[in-house]
Design a protein around this ligand. Structure first.
Ligand code: RIB
Ligand code: CA
Length: 320
């Protein structure tokens, strides 16, 4: 069983990641924590509550988190995800309320109560995760691993030429998380850009009897018509769902150890993730030292067909 805490900023692809988590028998969703990112925390929290209520899984504790980055001025991505974070699709006000605990405290409580069991899966800016590290540094030894959606290593960024949104939105938090010494898998744009859900696939998935599959269709079609059309984007990039899948089926991705750091000082390159890939002894002068020992596993390849099939099969079998 993969016991996961999902830290999220719904967000269209966040919503699809949450549905995959709830549709996967290997996953026990221990808690959901929200963070400011794609849109402000008030909206990411409302959206997460609405999505959870839609699936009926109101048994899962949901805690509201940090409302701004640790140092930089806040940036949002409502131009991508719509003014309300879910493509402008109006959903009923949730009856479900978040727990009274702050997300940082809920993360600490759950991780410390289950040594080496909890997988943290942050799919938004890393603010909550960094603040949890500062409040209880021991979580770095107590987590099973941290599987992060963020960064761009050998491909351009998606919010600036160099930076991916989750890292750019709170680069100082990312720096703290990358250097905490805990086991990290980094799922970057290098692979998530390739995992595309097609319009036809969500139209085939949607069924009148299922509000979840109908919402998936609405969100993806809305994104493609509202945002994609003017940019030549004809399919939906599954950034967050792939990251979630990597937490319970890491073999979907090809991993490479690397030392990855975050640019904090560059005016043009703030939030850039820079990777020093672990060198193989046979192709370098053995007298050379590693510039830095690897601090994480990075995603350098993905079995796209296997992942998309997994996604569609899981959603069909659970929500149709
Ligand atoms: O760059 C993609 C990431 O930024 C995804 O997590 C998406 O939801 C946005 O937060
Ligand atoms: Ca996200």
């Amino acid at each position: 069983m993969h016991r996961i805490i999902l830290d999220t900023d719904p967000g269209l692809d966040d919503a699809l990641a949450l549905f995959l988590a709830l549709a996967s028998p290997e996953v026990q969703l221990v808690a959901i924590t929200t963070v400011s990112g794609n849109v402000h925390i008030d909206l990411t929290t409302r959206n997460a509550l609405t999505l959870l209520e839609l699936t009926g899984r109101t048994d899962i504790p949901l805690a509201r988190g940090c409302d701004r980055p640790i140092i930089r001025q806040p940036v949002i991505a409502d131009y991508v995800h719509g003014h309300n974070g879910l493509g402008g699709i109006e959903l009923p006000e949730p009856q479900l309320q978040p727990v009274s605990q702050h997300a940082v405290d809920l993360i600490i409580e759950k991780v410390m109560a289950a040594p080496r069991e909890i997988i943290l899966v942050p799919i938004g800016p890393l603010t909550n995760i960094a603040m949890a590290l500062r409040k209880e540094p021991r979580i770095a030894e107590y987590v099973r691993e941290v599987v992060i959606m963020g960064g761009a290593l050998r491909v351009p960024g998606n919010v600036t030429p160099e930076a991916e949104f989750n890292i750019y939105a709170d680069p100082h938090a990312a720096h703290m998380v990358f250097h905490a010494g805990w086991p990290i898998r980094l799922v970057t744009l290098d692979v998530t850009n390739k995992t595309l859900l097609q319009r036809e696939q969500v139209q085939a998935l949607a069924s009148n009897s299922s509000p979840v599959t109908r919402l998936i269709q609405q969100m993806v079609v809305n994104f493609l018509d509202r945002f994609g059309q003017s940019r030549g984007i004809t399919a939906f990039q599954m950034h967050d769902p792939l990251c979630l899948a990597a937490a319970f089926q890491p073999e979907i991705i090809t991993w490479e150890p690397a030392y990855v750091d975050v640019e904090l000082a560059g005016s043009l390159t703030l939030g850039e993730t820079v990777a020093y890939f672990a060198k193989r002894t046979e192709d370098i002068d053995p007298s050379l030292e590693y510039l830095h020992p690897p601090n994480m596993l990075t995603s350098i390849g993905v079995d796209v067909e296997r992942f998309i099939s997994l996604y569609i099969d899981r959603i069909k079998s659970t929500f149709q």
